[in-house]
Ligand binder design. Structure first.
Ligand SMILES: Cc1ncc(COP(=O)(O)O)c(C=O)c1O
Length: 443
């Protein structure tokens, strides 16, 4: 038996942190105890500039007063409402607002509590949709290498982050294939915005379809811009080709917009920014600026209609969560959508995009920087790994940034930046200057 970890802070021991090197963390704890706007504060009173909008979610900044007020007011009125068979007005209001904001005929919303649940829900909708239309043999899903779709068994199965899947291989969904990812250092390093190279990588879908026969495939799921893998921007024309191939073969296209929706790309949804419409779209995070857990799936009219058949007294879709459309989450969502609109935050994101792009690409030439990429208010700086110690260099850079008052995120040897649209140009400059110093220190 291994000895229990002895930490320098026993009061930290009981908590098992998610996606964290727990033993390292407990020796070198990093805590934040307050937040406002673009800044966290630490228990010892230091201010830390939030360079990642929480975890890609606090798109109106932290504790936006209007969203805080809306949640407080909701709490004074209704804490919880039964989600099944009975419901509450805010959920309908938010669903209507989201349907109105979503492009094309994406107009029916199913609420979940997280991005992972949104993805698993979308996969289930896809299967049940085909079954309802007499095509129950369509059971296969196609995801993408390096894709991140949360941690449910469905999302893990279609996801392509190897470390996340390794321990669970035996329990993943059957019938899942993966497209190749679209990142290629040789052809697209230091691209600004969408790379020109790589649309042809979508054609691999045709080979996968040929292998299994189109009639067995339910859906293709991709993040329109891959976030968690380290901001992998779709090559020009790539998403369009995926759309065309799905149309040709009667396959549903799901965009996982958990990171890309609500302003990250300067629009309500990435679908709008790229001009490519999915059949289903997942969201979470920014829907209420990260204030209360909430996620969901938006589906096209035709998908919803396929379920609304048979006797009216029967449940149409055997799926849902105790907290689907929780009143506090919906109140926060309604307020966040108002804030985004009234404060013009998506337009602001569009204006800041070039500021972030110029700032981050100025890191080219710094030690060990092998790629810089950006789109919308998202950017990544990829570093050459330390020999035999992948991710150590990025962890050191991340640590140094935190000590110097900036919060970023790292995955492997990639540092990701995703400031909220409320950031000032100076704050974007501060993020990048701090990162530059940390990269030099980790040379
Ligand atoms: C694209 C995508 N899908 C799903 C998820 C999972 O969301 P959650 O952590 O809320 O379950 C994430 C989280 O980062 C994500 O980026």
């Amino acid at each position: 038996m291994e000895q229990p970890v002895i930490t320098t802070a026993p009061e930290l021991e009981a908590l098992w942190l998610p996606f964290t090197h727990n033993r390292h963390f407990k020796r070198h704890p990093r805590l934040v105890s307050g937040a406002e706007g673009m800044y966290y504060t630490t228990p010892d009173g230091r201010r830390v500039l939030d360079g990642l909008s929480g975890l890609w979610c606090c798109n109106a900044g932290h504790r936006h007063p209007r969203i805080v007020e809306a949640v407080k007011a909701q709490l004074d009125e209704l804490d919880y409402a039964v989600a099944f068979q009975v419901h509450h007005p805010r959920a309908f209001e938010l669903a209507s607002a989201l349907a109105a904001a979503a492009p094309a005929d994406l107009n029916h919303v199913f609420f979940t509590n997280s991005g992972s649940e949104a993805v698993d829900t979308a996969l289930k909708v896809a299967l049940a949709y085909h079954q309802a239309r007499g095509e129950g043999q369509r059971f296969r899903f196609i995801g993408r290498a390096r894709g991140y779709h949360g941690v449910g068994f469905g999302g893990l199965s279609v996801g392509g982050m190897v470390a996340n899947r390794k321990a669970f291989a035996a329990a993943l969904l059957p019938g899942v294939d993966h497209l190749p990812h679209t990142h290629n250092l040789e052809h697209m390093a230091f691209s600004r915005g969408q790379p020109e190279w790589g649309a042809h990588l979508a054609d691999e879908l045709e080979n996968i379809i040929a292998l299994h026969d189109a009639s067995t495939i339910a859906a293709v799921i991709v993040e329109p811009m891959q976030g968690s893998a380290g901001v992998i921007v779709p090559p020009r024309g790539y998403l369009e080709r995926l759309r065309a191939l799905c149309d040709k073969h009667g396959i549903l296209l799901i965009f996982d917009e958990v990171i890309t929706a609500f302003g990250r790309l300067g629009t309500s949804f990435a679908a709008e920014r790229f001009g490519v419409m999915p059949d289903l779209l997942t969201f979470a995070k920014g829907v209420n600026s990260g204030m209360v857990p909430l996620g969901g799936v938006i589906v096209k009219q035709g998908i919803y209609d396929a379920f609304m058949r048979g006797p009216e007294h029967l449940v149409e879709f055997f799926h849902g969560y105790t907290y689907s459309g929780h009143p506090l989450a919906c109140a926060a969502g309604l307020a966040a959508l108002e804030v985004y609109r009234e404060e013009g935050l998506f337009e602001r994101a569009r204006r800041l995009e070039s500021v972030l792009e110029d700032a981050v690409h100025a890191l080219r030439g710094e030690p060990n920087v092998i790629d810089i990429r950006n789109f919308g208010l998202a950017a990544a700086v990829e570093l050459a790994p330390r020999a035999g110690q992948p991710s150590l260099r990025a962890m050191q850079v991340f640590d140094r940034c935190f000590q110097d008052g900036v919060m970023l995120r790292y995955t492997g040897d990639i540092l990701a930046l995703g400031p909220a649209p409320i950031a000032s140009e100076d704050e974007v400059g501060m993020l990048v200057d701090t990162l530059r110093r940390a990269i030099r220190a980790a040379a």
